[in-house]
Design a protein. Structure first.
Length: 452
């Protein structure tokens, strides 16, 4: 491997092995070797070596995942794509950008916006997560309601297969129906089928105007009714974010700020509309009316970009703020049809009482993707056991509501044992046959997605 990528880019020291053996989930296993190739040819050389000696290999991007998808379970090689962090081309004529996998998502957005274009997918971790990881997990974000998730913007890929072959899928054309759609088979495959080394992303013109509103409610039910009213008024906001009272208290404690919402607020909505000035003015007015009709206790509209960023601050600070409740959380990105969000919160309320747990919730109310955070006290084994029991009850309830156990974070190893709750044995067997076709030796990211 030193010969393939250079001795300086092969690490075996304890600090590197530990660091690359965990992600945001804070679980995993130290790597045996960390390798940092630059380019598809070097990735291919490493992959061929691992295939020759049947050594497990785990691809890694920004390491911001919450399901353990980018960490080894029993050692092996971690292949970090950190050196492949270049924007290769912004093609303004064809409305695409070509990037390497480890370009930070926010960096791509800033680069294309400087030329009047727009890459909408915006996971909350956009300042630290990378495009390759977003593609591997099919990341979402607040703007998914209007614009869709990452998969709607991936036109083509270059990838390295477990045998070392380099393949190209898709391209710059929006229309392409030649053969199987391998591009979107790889999107969301969580690094189990191939290692993505180049990505072609579709862009849209940058919306010239944005308007952001913050509406507060005495209850979750009022906030959800407001979302229904917005849709009923035939408005499709760029973002509709819901934050419950427990989350608001955590952010207030974390930031030491008490002006985020009026006292007694049970839920907060952030709504953002974008487009041409005339349509934005009308749609923002419709959103405001929809919130008032649902009993909003207060509505604020940002007057400039500084106020807009301040309104969004409460959402961006949510994840670190929850550490004021406990440093350990099971962050579940469940999703249900929009109309069943009240029933989902009913399930959460029952879990709080039955299992005696703290479960703050927030998420993307526009597409039904709610982050349910089960908080656990370090060292409290009884609470840890109750939390794991609550996980299963939550997932079973979500599937009963015609939803899914993961809308953004993927399965990794953290949710693998719950896969049969949602997928039939026949469906899982079909997916395993796809995995075997790509990776017959089972060396690429083993132990992920499928229950052992």
């Amino acid at each position: 491997m030193r010969a393939a990528v250079g001795a300086a880019h092969v690490r075996t020291d304890d600090a590197s092995r530990e660091t690359y053996g965990a992600d945001a989930l804070n679980r995993g296993h130290p790597a045996d070797v960390v390798v940092c190739p630059d380019g598809a040819d070097e990735v291919s050389a490493v992959m061929r070596l691992c295939g020759q000696y049947r050594v497990p290999l785990v691809p890694r991007g920004g390491g911001t995942g919450y399901t353990g998808g980018a960490v080894p379970l029993e050692g092996g090689v971690v292949l970090s794509l950190e050196r492949m962090n270049r924007i290769l081309e912004i093609d303004e004529q064809n409305l695409v950008v070509v990037v390497e996998p480890n370009v930070i998502t926010g960096t791509v957005q800033e680069a294309v916006e400087r030329v009047g274009l727009f890459y909408p997918p915006d996971p909350a971790s956009l300042k630290t997560s990378v495009i390759g990881g977003n593609v591997a997990e099919c990341a979402g974000g607040p703007r998914a309601f209007k614009y869709g998730t990452t998969k709607q913007f991936v036109l083509g890929l270059q990838a390295v297969l477990p045998n070392g072959d380099i393949v190209e899928t898709g391209g710059k054309c929006v229309k392409n129906v030649v053969g199987y759609d391998l591009t979107h088979l790889l999107v969301g495959s969580e690094g189990t089928l191939a290692i993505i080394t180049r990505i072609i992303l579709r862009l849209v013109p940058k919306p010239p105007v944005q308007s952001t509103l913050r509406a507060t409610f005495s209850s979750i039910e009022g906030a959800v009714q407001a979302v229904s009213n917005v849709i009923g008024n035939r408005v499709v906001p760029a973002a509709v974010e819901l934050i419950d009272g427990d989350c608001l208290e955590a952010v207030a404690a974390y930031l030491n700020v008490r002006s985020l919402a009026p006292p007694g607020t049970g839920a907060l909505l952030l709504l953002e509309v974008d487009g041409l000035a005339e349509s934005v003015t009308e749609e923002a007015a419709r959103c405001e009316r929809a919130c008032r009709d649902a009993g909003a206790t207060e509505i604020l509209r940002a007057r400039d970009e500084a106020e807009r960023q301040e309104l969004w601050r409460v959402r961006r600070e949510l994840s670190p703020s929850l550490k004021t409740i406990s440093p350990i959380k099971f962050n579940h990105d469940v999703v249900v049809p929009k109309g069943r969000i009240p029933e989902l919160f009913g399930i959460v309320d029952r879990l709080k009482g039955e299992f005696r747990l703290r479960i703050p919730c927030f998420g993307h109310a526009g597409d039904g993707n709610i982050h349910v955070n089960i908080m656990v006290t370090p060292g409290d084994e009884a609470e840890m056991h109750r939390a794991h029991e609550a996980e299963r009850v939550l997932f079973e309830g979500v599937v009963a509501l015609e939803g899914s156990i993961s809308g953004e974070h993927g399965i990794g190893f953290a949710k693998a044992k719950y896969l049969p709750i949602e997928l039939s044995a026949q469906t899982i067997a079909l997916m395993k046959r796809v995995k075997d076709a790509f990776d017959p030796e089972g060396i690429l990211n083993p132990g992920k997605i499928f229950p052992e």
